[in-house]
Design a protein around this ligand. Sequence first.
Ligand code: FEO
Length: 407
Amino acid sequence: METVLRDNIDWVGHVDWTLRDFHSYQTDRGVTYNAYLIRDEKTALIDTVKAPFADDLLTRVAALTPLERVDYVICNHAEPDHAGGLSTVLKALPKATLVGAAKAMPTLARYHDTSRWKTRAVSTGDEIRLGRRTLRFIETPMVHWPESMFTYVPEDELLFSMDAFGQHYASSQRFDDQAPLCILMDEAKTYYANIIMPYARQVAATLETVAGLRINMIAPSHGVVWRRFVREIIGCYQNWVQCRPKPKVLVLYDSMWENTGRMAAAIHEGASKPGVAAHLIHIRRSNLTRIAAEVLDAAAVAVGSSTLNQGMMPMMGAVLTYLKGLRPANKAGLAFGAYGWSKGGPETVEAAIKAMKWELLREMIAVPYSPDASTLAECREAGARLADHALRVAAGRKAGENLCVDP
Ligand code: FEO
């Protein structure tokens, strides 16, 4: 496995091939926890790994330098997938000073006994000279915790970006030009949708900061290192922070006796116009992680549920609760569904759509028991309207934004 980013800058993390559930994020392709070692007159370890893999990291570090020569451990992010190994790692590195944003220190003290740690709090613009190389720190609050920060090495134009630009992707390749690009971009998009999307405003501010840096390599804390597609992944983030819609209509539904399912199929049929990507998802045959990624770049989302216990189906409740937390913006919505002797399914879906502040292009379509031919025609017409909306808003998408790799 190629692990050398630059002369004397090496990847020393852990590839977790078997993890499939990362705090409810379904990681079908596993996970990596990236850490990097910079050897200069001073030696710095950038981030650590999840606690069970700390010894693996130390073995990789020891293969490159004596552990007693490590001067700094940089904590770009205090979440346990990157800082969980700190107690073990700092015990093994007798000389090391823990460096992080001021807000990282009380957070770390809740997870670890930090009383014997040597620590140094840094702010945006602070630098540590290693010798030939410099570490420059950039606070990036809420990307994706309050204490998050980037570490930039100007001499190499190298950005250690912790969660930002990451992907949950276990691979024996460490670089973007060694991995299948479509899979990589899909995982980067899925990661953004499920982890970063709620903090779009803060990410946008971070991107402005990044725009002022010369960058030819981005080393995130998850997945591969970007060295060939740096401009492209930044371009994708510029689209994603705005939830900039594609000409895409998404139909999400759950159905008890396939009546809402027939309505969903009719909406999907109506939305399937030339130039429009119309996707149909039965939510219990998909998962929250995939659904969030599908919603990110959709221009319009039709959401249908049968009625159960005077409300929506329970999994649809989970989907809409999850989406509400992720705050996907710039969507048009439509609620639909069937009901029996009592109403409630489509009504509660529509209330959830309104709570997300999505634009409603028309009133909901609610039908007793089973849709007849005229209701199905109404569904097709509604789907066509969503497609027209998608084509209209996607036309405002800026040209030259790396659409070829923006999944
Ligand atoms: Fe990969 Fe926010 O931790």
